[in-house]
Design a protein around this ligand. Structure first.
Ligand SMILES: [Ca+2]
Length: 228
């Protein structure tokens, strides 16, 4: 009987640890498969957009929009595009829905596939960032918690090897957070430019000390059970 209770206790701790480690944070419309379309469509469901000339979703292999398209897509059939052109250099920002509240000490890893539109020049693409934004209240003013500068890949290529890794300090605990896909075009001497986005993934991992404390706590419980 005692062995059974020890086993049950160990299983419980194990399940708790698994639960704590299962840190995939759901992101609405993470692969820009909505709305399903066969053309360029302005706007992205579940995301807010600002700046640029045009922001929306596009299926792979479709030409149009600002005169170019991607011939491959990392995930599914569609990607998000952000276009700007001469005379409209305003930074483009695509922001997710609010995803939850920051847990102090947790490490958040944001991975996004970033592409460069097929007909674009290789230079002067400007500043490309993937970011986490935070606010004290859900509807408050969101400010940058962390950002990762992205070196855009070659024309008509995708890159997903530049993740944002952010370990939340105590001061950010409880803040509401969302994802930002940001592009500030440098204003080079050419018309039309595009950055593409796909396959947004956000994972959180508890701080190691939390897991260690859980393990220590579990051992203490087991010892008490054995002594009883
Ligand atoms: Ca996709």
């Amino acid at each position: 009987m005692r062995n059974l209770s020890i086993l049950a206790c160990a299983l419980g701790i194990g399940l708790l640890a698994v639960h704590v480690q299962a840190g995939i944070i759901p992101v609405p419309n993470p692969s820009f498969e909505s709305p399903s379309t066969d053309v360029y469509v302005g706007g992205i469901p579940d995301w807010t957009t600002s700046g640029g000339r045009d922001v929306g979703v596009c299926p792979v292999g479709v030409s149009g929009g600002a005169g170019g398209s991607m011939s491959t897509v990392p995930d599914g059939n569609q990607y998000a595009y952000t276009l700007c052109d001469r005379g409209n250099w305003s930074p483009t920002d695509i922001q997710s829905a609010v995803l939850g509240q920051i847990q102090a000490g947790d490490t958040y890893t944001l991975n996004v596939s970033v592409g460069t539109l097929g007909n674009k020049k290789d230079t002067a693409i400007g500043t490309v960032l993937i970011r986490l934004l935070g606010a004290d209240t859900q509807d408050g003013a969101y400010a940058e918690l962390a950002s990762q500068a992205i070196t855009p890949p070659a024309k008509d290529a995708w890159d997903s090897t530049q993740p944002l890794v952010y370990t939340a300090p105590a001061g950010d605990a409880g803040k509401y957070f969302k994802i930002s896909l940001y592009w500030e075009y440098s204003g080079g001497n050419y018309q039309d430019s595009g950055i593409e986005w796909d396959n947004v993934q956000l994972i959180s991992v508890p701080e190691p000390v939390t897991l260690a404390m859980l393990a220590v706590g579990g051992l203490a419980v087991l010892r008490r059970r054995r002594a009883a």
